[in-house]
Design a protein around this ligand. Structure first.
Ligand SMILES: Cc1cc2nc3c(=O)[nH]c(=O)nc-3n(C[C@H](O)[C@H](O)[C@H](O)COP(=O)(O)O)c2cc1C
Length: 214
């Protein structure tokens, strides 16, 4: 693949995070440069550069069950100005939670964007447990035995320009069972309580919005 025809777009503000690490793995096979989504200023010019690529790979974190708002803003800007013509679009989304269903909405957003703007949706990869990696290699993932070959296969699809099925990442990750989920949720709740107290808040105080109404 001509390296100048691929755009590797990182939608995380963290330049050394998991989204960037995954894109770097893609870049090792496809070539091209990783570009970071500007976090300030207008996105008009940036949206124009997307149209010059033949293949676009977007990798970003899951923020409240989908991609960060700044990426949605880019998609809206690019959609308004139009001008896409068959560019191949792939998506990668990674989230902190060790699940797939809580992050998948990001890929659905990309698919809708592609369908409404004359791009060709080629599929994506959802990675749960991305926060634990925190930019470290995928070989450190808790499901590394299945996740690494699956992601490598996903990269080969990008390099070959073929589409990737959801089953590729679905079969590579098994969500934790009920018992582990319960322990995990208790742990996360205790972390939230600890942080609230650390910053001088009372965890048992009524909700801020309810206080305003009263
Ligand atoms: C504002 C914010 C919202 C987040 N929302 C979620 C979420 O809804 N679900 C989840 O699993 N992880 C969530 N996370 C965790 C990130 O998805 C996770 O840390 C991810 O690995 C960050 O990717 P990065 O290293 O590429 O920035 C959130 C993180 C932040 C900062």
């Amino acid at each position: 693949m001509n390296k100048y025809n691929i755009m590797l777009l990182c939608a995380s503000p963290r330049r050394k995070g998991t989204s960037a690490m995954l894109l770097e793995r893609v870049r090792n096979l496809t070539g091209g440069d990783v570009v970071f989504l500007p976090q300030k200023d207008s996105l008009e010019e940036f949206a124009m550069t997307m149209k010059q690529a033949e293949t676009i790979v977007i990798s970003g974190p899951c923020y409240i069950n989908t991609y960060p708002a700044r990426l949605i803003e880019l998609l809206e800007t690019a959609s308004r100005s139009g001008g896409f013509s068959g560019q191949k679009l792939y998506g990668i989304i990674n989230g902190g939670m060790p699940y797939i269903h809580t992050h998948r909405h990001g890929l659905t957003t990309l698919q809708l964007f592609a369908e409404q703007n004359h791009l060709s949706w080629q599929g994506g990869f959802v990675l749960g447990g991305g926060a634990m990696l925190d930019g470290k290699p995928l070989e450190n993932h808790m499901s590394r035995k299945k996740v690494v070959p699956a992601f490598n296969q996903f990269i080969r699809h990008i390099a070959e320009g073929s589409s990737s099925l959801d089953s590729l990442y679905e079969q590579a990750q098994t969500p934790p069972g009920r018992f582990v989920t319960r322990i995990f949720s208790k742990f996360l709740t205790s972390m939230v309580l600890k942080n609230l107290k650390k910053h001088g808040h009372d965890p048992n105080a009524p909700n801020w919005y309810l206080r305003q109404q009263g």
